[in-house]
Design a protein around this ligand. Structure first.
Ligand code: NAP
Length: 317
């Protein structure tokens, strides 16, 4: 029988690319969403809207998860469901916690009770490391600076606990920032792309951002979902960092996007102190060597190409 893969958070950026990639490998996919009327715009963009069903489930309710596992008997479960914005997590700390920790705890506990033998992948976050003085490795110092990071860290601890205590085949992929045309409009990279396009249409357009001196390790979502699969398919069940290992200044990201449209970013971008985040992370970079050496996965797309993809997707050229 063809194996069935369950994808929690299937309508989001990564869930959509992951479902597409699994389908291309001829695997059967069951998507899971919180709502009975899930947004399929990302699936339409990728041409997969008719290729797999989406089941509504309340992921905070263990009975819902039990029903899913018993009915579909998935060989793997990808747990990508989350309120995924760091900024929003300051506005909705409890919802962020519930969406991440309750889902993960419920999933692990239900899997334990059912003696589930498949793999469970959890999408962790680089936010747990705060400022990285050295490129972060999996056991680098934890420095929690947002409700989102707190929820991701608690979930990662639970994943480790269930793996080590109950022998569940579960693992965390600690994801550094990754982008694509499917990234939500509230994320800074999409704000920059839209801001650059608006500036071509209106010479006096101003894009207000927070701290533009931050440094991040930005990768490509389509590549990162391949890394997730390598981790979930690996014989050795362990946590990995998923990153490029390359630091990029936000200012450089801005410069590249505006320059591609023949604009001078300094005329359009304002770093507005009122948008500065308390306790913001100045630098967040990962060490990619473990996943490269052990799983033969490597980030390929460079920032200029990623920016070009984002501009093309918005018909900027
Ligand atoms: P995304 O586009 O925001 O998708 C997450 C999905 O989770 C949503 O489509 C939504 O699907 C579901 N969800 C469950 N509870 C939610 C809530 N309270 N508010 C909003 N959505 C909720 O995220 P992504 O970029 O694909 O990221 C996938 C996973 O990787 C997430 O767990 C994220 O935290 C993690 N991650 C992402 C990055 C990144 O750079 N993208 C970096 C580190 C970690 P339904 O509405 O259909 O249920």
């Amino acid at each position: 029988m063809n194996s069935i893969i369950l994808v929690l958070g299937c309508t989001g950026q990564d869930g959509s690319y992951l479902c597409k990639s699994l389908l291309q490998k001829n695997l059967s996919v069951i998507g899971v969403s919180r709502t009975s009327d899930p947004k399929r715009n990302n699936h339409i963009a990728l041409g997969i809207e008719n290729n797999f069903p989406i089941i509504k489930a309340n992921l905070s309710d263990s009975y819902s998860i039990e029903k899913l596992i018993n009915k579909y008997k998935p060989t793997k479960i990808y747990n990508l469901s989350a309120q995924s914005s760091v900024g929003q997590s300051f506005v909705q700390p409890l919802e962020t916690q519930t969406s991440i920790v309750n889902t993960t705890f419920n999933l692990l506990e239900t899997a334990r009770k059912l003696n589930y033998q498949g793999e469970i992948f959890f999408a962790g976050s680089s936010e747990i490391y705060g400022n990285t003085t050295e490129p972060a490795e999996i056991d680098s110092k934890i420095d929690i600076r947002s409700p989102y990071a707190a929820a991701k860290y608690q979930s990662m601890i639970l994943v480790k606990l269930y793996r080590e205590t109950y022998n569940l085949r579960c693992m965390t992929g600690v994801l550094f920032n990754h982008e694509s045309p499917l990234r939500g409009p509230n994320f800074v990279t999409q704000k920059i792309i839209s801001g650059a396009i608006n500036s071509t249409k209106n010479k006096s357009y101003k894009l207000r951002l927070g701290n533009i001196n931050i440094i991040r390790d930005w990768g490509c979502a389509e590549e990162y979902v391949e890394a997730m699969q390598k981790i979930a398919n690996s014989k050795t069940i362990k946590d990995y960092i998923i990153c490029t290992g390359k630091p990029t200044k936000l200012k450089e990201f801005i410069n590249l996007a505006f320059t591609k449209l023949n604009l001078d970013w300094k005329k359009h971008v304002i770093s507005d102190k009122t948008f500065f985040r308390k306790n913001d992370i100045d630098i967040s970079v990962g060490n990619a060597s473990k996943i490269e050496q052990e799983l033969n996965w490597r980030a390929k797309k460079k920032i200029p190409q990623l920016i070009e993809d984002l501009l093309i997707a918005k018909n900027a050229y």
